[in-house]
Ligand binder design. Structure first.
Ligand code: HEC
Length: 192
């Protein structure tokens, strides 16, 4: 019993020393310690799975939903997550954890889990929450598109246009230039 209490005290002391001395390197240029990385990823996976399991999924994802979701995806997600034949932005390479390439990662998440992730985001990772600014119908379109990504051809992916004009939930539409999306030179998917 004394042994267990001493061990607990030693563990607590180590945790406090790490927290207060700056012992853990938070630099994004440094990799996570594998134990920390495992704990964070496993916590995140189980947290999402348990919270998303009861969410009812639309009966089917129509091509119109996928196309609408594509517009949102290209405006708000591809710079971090890339696309079919499209790599993520250079600065997104240095986010820790690195935003996964959804073309492959989408397979490991159910549609309702993608919906939950997009709606709520993930704390301490850089994955934003889109629920506060987008309604559920828009988020289902995005989920439909993300789930279609693994089987999409590069041609089909390229054929979708970024929706830089999309309506935000409960917001008046102010036209071009008022939103935080900028057309990047060379980003020639848009024909206006
Ligand atoms: C600023 C960068 C950024 C943007 C923008 C962003 N994400 Fe993420 N996203 C991340 C990061 C970082 C993670 C990794 C979270 C983790 O590992 O816990 C992530 C994780 C995810 C995951 C879980 C994948 C996995 O295997 O971990 C999904 C699904 C996802 N994002 C979808 C989207 C969608 C859809 C959009 C657009 C509506 C979007 N994200 C916008 C950074 C971003």
């Amino acid at each position: 019993m004394i042994g267990a209490a001493t061990l607990l005290l030693v563990i607590l002391a180590i945790i406090f020393i790490v927290i207060f001395t700056g012992g853990y390197n938070v630099a994004a240029t440094d990799r996570h310690n594998p134990v920390v990385a495992w704990a964070l990823t496993t916590t995140m996976t189980h947290s999402v799975q348990s919270r998303a399991s009861e969410i009812p999924v639309p009966a089917k994802f129509t091509p119109a939903m996928v196309a609408a979701g594509a517009g949102e995806y290209k405006a708000m997600c591809s710079r971090c997550h890339g696309g079919v034949g499209e790599s993520r932005a250079e600065w997104a390479e240095t986010i820790r954890p690195k935003p996964p390439a959804l073309v492959s990662a989408a397979r490991q998440w159910k549609a309702q889990e993608v919906f939950w992730l997009v709606k709520h985001g993930v704390k301490m990772t850089g994955m934003p929450a889109f629920g506060p600014t987008h309604n559920d119908a828009t988020i289902w379109n995005i989920a439909a598109f993300v789930k279609a990504l693994p089987d999409m051809s590069a041609e089909q992916y390229a054929s979708y246009k970024a929706d830089h004009d999309h309506h935000h939930d409960g917001e008046e539409h102010h036209g071009h230039g008022t939103e935080d999306h900028h057309h990047t030179p060379g980003d020639d998917a848009h024909e206006h």
